[in-house]
Design a protein. Sequence first.
Length: 146
Amino acid sequence: MEEKTIDNFKNLKWVLLCSLTLATIYILFDISRKTKFEKYKETFKGEAIGLTTRFKQVGKRRVLIYCFYVDGKVMSKRNTMGGDEILNKFYKVKYDLNNPKGNYIFLDKELKPDSLTLVKNGFTWTKYYVYDGNVTSRYLEKSKWQ
């Protein structure tokens, strides 16, 4: 009876040791991956103004879609925990000069650019119409930056 409990204890020690080893490897890999991206992010020399447009559900994750202009429109996405209060606002984007698809948006500080700055950065002021069938039964004119 005692030999069985000693064997069970030895097996439990091995299982715990293997579990701790795997957990340590996973944590070190995750830290390494984040450190590599932080170093890569520091090489971004280009700056632009980015407009947050919408959230997209990808599996269980919520991904922020934003756009900025560098030789044409560049759409990009980022995992974020923010809510709808960050949508349709402008933020600073840093990007790789050789590959604009490598970029990062800084959501910690909202930019308040004037219209001339936005036009110089490639954005346009667009009018669109929304039908208001419930109250006035006519089209309402609205506008936004794109």
